[in-house]
Write a new protein. Structure first.
Length: 239
């Protein structure tokens, strides 16, 4: 956190250095799927040497998940075409509003604008051969989306899982789930709430994400159930 001297912020453990939440998937048929592009997207793309995005999925339109959109220009150049973006209607509305200059035909083109092709998510869809199942979640009062890819589910920014969504979460190998801090919060699961939800979902392995500096990596992992841990930047999973 900016201007903070707490143990987590001063930690020398690289797992305590956290950029905004996002995941990048490489599928069996060599497609690349990015979920969310926040304000750290450029630094993340450089660190992890991203070269391609076949589909960009947005969970919701909060700034920590969409502010990297302008950086997609480089991928337009590399791929010689627009980037396919998928989101629910409310999120597409937020993207069009927050990036109005991208969609305004009177914006001078000279400086370079990200080229996006927007698709509305209305149910499960495919990227290449990879099926993507949207999982409705509640983020405070706002309905947002998590995503399931076969045995992997990514559920960030949630304070509740609607009744109809539990059935979409059976038989997971890996679950990534929001867990902000210990103290309850109106729009995110606390650790206790996330552990309860993770127990009910019962994935083989659960990683928490979107933590604040209230949760130092090592000490927090030590008090979690055996099948659960905090995720960290650069975590790579093979499924
Ligand atoms: Zn701190
Ligand atoms: Zn959010
Ligand atoms: Zn967020």
């Amino acid at each position: 956190m900016i201007g903070c001297d707490c143990d987590t912020c001063r930690s020398t453990d690289p797992r305590d250095k956290r950029r905004r939440p996002s995941v990048y998937l490489e599928t069996d048929d060599a497609r690349a799927i990015l979920v969310d592009a926040g304000p750290d997207f450029r630094a993340q793309a450089l660190t992890h040497k991203l070269r391609r995005i076949d589909a960009l999925l947005f969970t919701h339109g909060h700034s920590d998940h969409i502010l990297g959109i302008d950086e997609l220009r480089r991928f337009n150049v590399l791929q010689r075409g627009p980037i396919s973006c998928y989101a629910d209607p409310l999120t597409l509305f937020d993207i069009r509003r927050m990036f109005a200059y991208v969609f305004d035909p009177s914006t001078p083109r000279g400086g370079g604008l990200p080229q996006l092709e927007l698709f509305t998510i209305a149910g499960p869809f495919c990227v290449g051969r990879q099926e993507v199942v949207p999982v409705p979640l509640v983020h405070g009062t706002r309905p947002i989306l998590g995503f399931r890819f076969d045995g992997f589910a990514y559920l960030t920014d949630c304070s509740g899982i609607p009744e109809g969504s539990w059935d979409l979460l059976h038989d997971l190998d890996v679950l990534v789930l929001d867990a902000l801090r210990d103290k309850p919060h109106p729009t995110h699961f606390s650790i206790a709430e996330a552990v309860d939800a993770a127990r009910r979902i019962n994935a083989h392995r659960t990683y928490f994400t979107h933590m604040t500096h209230d949760l130092p990596h090592e000490r927090t992992c030590a008090r979690l159930p055996d099948t659960m841990a905090l995720s960290h930047d650069g975590l790579v999973l093979e499924l």
